[in-house]
Design a protein around this ligand. Sequence first.
Ligand code: ATR
Length: 264
Amino acid sequence: MKKYAVIGNPIEHSLSPILHNYWIDKNKIEASYEKKLISKDDLVKVINDVKEEKINGLNVTVPFKKDVIPFLDELSLEATKTQSVNTIYSKNNKIIGHNTDIKGFELNIKQIKFDVDGKNIFILGAGGVVPSIIFALNKMGASSIIVSNRTKNKAENLKNLFNNITVVNWGEVPNFDMVINATSLGLKTDDKIGIDFSNIEKNKLFYDVIYNPKNTNFLKIGKKLGHNTENGKLMFVYQALEAFEIWHNIKPQVNNEVLEFLDK
Ligand code: ATR
């Protein structure tokens, strides 16, 4: 029986075990997937468990996506460029770190048929997931990427990873075709982002990385102002899909049954 897990802190709210175990059952794989609440000091031991094949694969979530890097033997190009690892596996006796958040975001955007090529993208936030989103946007041919974060120097620091981004002050709203909420504002239903989008022409795309709650105030405002909206649920599903493919060499199905199952 192969063993998989997601590590993080906090971890209680992770839906990864539900999704992976659903696909494991559907594909009749002899495996289990659990969540592990760990502290930074536990990283050495957990990675060692992968080396010793006590664990066959890991997902990594907040706040360890960068912290885990020194313990790995190799990083994929995507993990190197974003300094962010969310999927770990062993290949030829080496422990490899990869980033499937990029593909998760990319597949979600393609699925809703938004064409990023030549578009201006505005990102709110500069936390853990933002490098993955910028990497994906560059890959899809965005013409400009503007980042705004409450703590401005965290946005400025992203220029060390991506030299093509522009940073504006928190509260400033440049013209955009797509705006992405990558802050944690919205996790609580009464959270308000407090940014005025009323000067933006209709029919842009408001994307929220948050998917629980489904409809954040940010998305509600977007809808009210006449924009299209999308939450991060499919990004979550597709990042899991790429990890599943890497570990089991099987492409699992994304259909209404899976999506509804996650809502339970
Ligand atoms: P981390 O920053 O540790 O990677 P995260 O959850 O990935 O954590 O990121 C949280 C993001 O939400 C950050 O961009 C944060 O802004 P700061 O860098 O200024 O902290 C943003 N955020 C959280 N609370 C916020 C608030 N009340 N107003 C504006 N931005 C907020």
